[in-house]
Design a protein around this ligand. Sequence first.
Ligand code: ATP
Length: 432
Amino acid sequence: MQKIVSFSKRRGFIFLSSEIYGGFSSCYDFGPLGVELKNNIKKAWWDEMIKKHDDIVGLDASILMNPKVWKASGHLTAGFADELVECKRCHHRFRKDFLKKNKCPDCGGELTKPHKFNLMMKTFVGPVEDEAAETYLRAETCQGIYVNFKNVLQSMRQKLPFGIAQIGKAFRNEINPKDFIYRTREFEQMEMQWFCRSKEAPKFFNYWKKERMNWYLSLGIKKANLRAVEVPKQELPHYAKRAVDIQYKFPFGWQEIEGIHNRGDWDLSNHSKHSNEDFKYEGYFPYVIETSVGVDRSLFAFLCDAYQEVKGGRTKTTKAVKEVEILLKLDKSLSPIKVAVLPLVKNKPKLTKKAKEVYQMLKPYFMTQYDEVGSIGRRYRRQDEVGTIFAITVDFDTLEKNDLTVRDRDTMKQERVKIKNLTSFLKEKLEK
Ligand code: ATP
């Protein structure tokens, strides 16, 4: 875990937010490579939902909503609260359901009786901090989907069953944010709500559970590190009739990365009750099957799964055989950088000029990096470390024959390719 955290910082994936002021409240910033990885994960999910399925459409609802939304959804009542206990001696606070024993895990002190702690983050809209302007940062993106159910149904002329997908920030005042970016107070969700008839809900639940498991496997997550776990009836969230957690085997154990929920007609019927809108379709309230994944949590899982340490080194050009080399074996669609262009040596102007031309040629098509600093072996290693799929070397033969060496990250096989064929060669290889 410590290795992943320091690697993430060293290679520009994830930084502690407001680090120069000592950080803030378990918030994190995504660096230049982190934001690329994050965008690639979001694109992979969006393509999976919207491009693959004719009957799913997208939405981007606002974070701030009328507070009545949260009253209707049950988030302001005990339904969306965790049980909080405090140590009477050191005053540290804990989520009761996370504790193995009934005493303080930090100092062994006695704990207070649990009380309910609501996770909604309050904020004030407008210049006067009076009650009328009080609202909340959304705790889940899906409520924006439910309140727009009819708008989407009518404007897009949808028929049941169909789905609405959305990616966006959510906020929860977590009692114990922990494990790096696993549990934070500000995070991003990718949620799809599938509206269907009640009697078809069990069938679609199983369908989506399978689809979502396959999505992780198709993006390279190892089968042994992924599992689906049924949530026991007594632990179901307030809105759910059935729930399955998709879990990943993190360095700190099996933990949820995605929830598949049968939300019944809880949301649509409650919004109908609390608003002037009737969300019935052909005389009944549709059931909702939800797939809900955290962008940050899944990114963390993809990072952990891809991170490998190769003892003794893997590149033949490397003299430092005693060193451990890092290989980030991300799926090619997720890797932040697809292609690196490297002149064989730095101090030959003809070589660097040619390499820069190749770099400019590739840049419009692929996320490309130019690097001329250090030995070629060291530069290959730097690219392997961040998961770059192809490293291209421009050497003296290139100047004569207009071809260059393309090195594959995984096989380390090197292939000579003509410059004029390079773009189409890479396009073909990088396509799924
Ligand atoms: P947990 O039991 O871990 O608190 P949850 O069951 O309340 O999570 P859901 O409400 O089902 O989570 O949220 C769906 C997904 O949103 C989770 O699977 C996770 O990927 C993400 N998520 C929820 N809370 C957080 C958080 N505090 N930090 C990062 N991601 C989160």
